[in-house]
Design a protein around this ligand. Structure first.
Ligand SMILES: Cc1cc2nc3c(=O)[nH]c(=O)nc-3n(C[C@H](O)[C@H](O)[C@H](O)COP(=O)(O)OP(=O)(O)OC[C@H]3O[C@@H](n4cnc5c(N)ncnc54)[C@H](O)[C@@H]3O)c2cc1C
Length: 285
């Protein structure tokens, strides 16, 4: 790997200066994705700009109805943060199975989002939470739904001189099922072959009053299926109800074959993951 200049701005103003002076540079935060690509030679930027020292885009901020998570917040920090655990157990469940402690110590939520891998573990939970992202440049700050920001594997709406500065998520009120599960090739440090995030509101009698579902690794971006959400709403969360919806899931995901699994296997797993929701039938565990 050839030596290249690395810049370490400590304020956003310094960052904007550096990005203006070095427009061909690439930014990184934890480097857990970017350095893999650098080593493989798939990218060769002339210089790098590290976001790791920018305290302005680190940490979790309580904004009343919302939580704001700085883009350079590491997975480990977020997983240990009481506000994440209290308000977004679904995100905490995904963070707990993302990579390993050393990678969670370096990797950031912003890197996971901008990397835009269909297997990114924070993405399905952030989709069901209707997360909004904040993009900043020297000139402006703009916000948009996460689902509009990512438009393909590794493809995001980020312009020159812009970075992702954070994620804004509305605190949950009535949802009582917060589920995330990924299937990988092994139990630990595995990329998802298929994953499911589910946020449900169940009545005391076990009827689904509201459902948000998102699958990872079974399409070019996270897959949400409103027809499945609608079909589940108003039904008792039973094995039969969930089983009846499996064909709808299998018909509407669009996985690919790759080194980890065949498209057909991913299609089957995407449907089967629904059945796991029956464990919450009476509001448990
Ligand atoms: C061994 C190993 C196991 C892994 N396992 C998993 C796993 O189980 N699940 C999973 O989801 N991921 C996994 N990953 C991938 C990776 O750790 C995560 O995607 C992580 O969140 C990336 O964050 P980062 O800060 O390291 O990103 P970086 O590598 O720093 O950056 C990734 C990309 O995002 C851009 N970027 C980063 N931050 C910003 C920003 N604020 N604004 C604009 N652009 C930005 C960079 O330019 C780059 O293109 C694994 C990686 C490794 C090496």
């Amino acid at each position: 790997m050839p030596l290249r200049d690395v810049f370490l701005p400590r304020t956003l103003d310094d960052l904007w200066d550096t990005l203006e002076q070095r427009p061909e540079s690439m930014v990184y935060a934890g480097g857990t994705d970017l350095f893999v690509r650098l080593r493989s030679g798939s990218i060769a930027p002339p210089s790098l700009v590290c976001l790791e020292r920018l305290n302005e885009i680190k940490g979790v901020r309580d904004e009343g109805e919302f939580l704001f998570i700085g883009a350079a917040t590491t997975h480990g920090f977020l997983l240990a943060h009481p506000l994440t655990v209290e308000h977004f157990p679904i995100l905490a469940k995904a963070l707990a199975v993302l990579a390993s402690p050393p990678v969670r110590h370096m990797g950031t939520i912003g890197g996971n989002i901008v990397n835009a891998s269909p297997a990114g573990d924070t993405l399905p939970p952030l989709y069901v939470l209707d997360a909004e992202i904040e993009i900043s440049s020297r000139r402006e700050v703009r916000r948009m739904p996460l689902a509009d920001f990512i438009f393909g594997p590794g493809e995001v709406l980020l312009g020159k001189g812009e970075i992702l500065t954070g994620v804004r998520v509305k605190k949950l009120t009535n949802e009582n099922v917060h589920h995330y599960e990924k299937v990988g090739l092994r139990k630990g440090q595995a990329c998802a072959v298929a994953s499911l995030a589910a946020l449900l509101r169940l009545s005391p009698s076990g009827v689904v009053e509201e459902a948000r579902l998102a699958w990872g690794s079974v399409g070019p971006t996270v897959v949400t299926l409103t027809e499945v959400e609608h079909a589940l709403t108003g039904e008792v969360l039973s094995h039969d109800t969930l089983k009846g919806l499996i064909p709808l899931v299998r018909d509407n995901v669009s996985p690919i074959d790759d080194v980890r699994a065949s498209a057909e296997y991913r299609r089957i797993v995407a449907g089967q993951l629904l059945l796991r929701l029956q464990q919450y039938r009476w509001g448990g565990p």
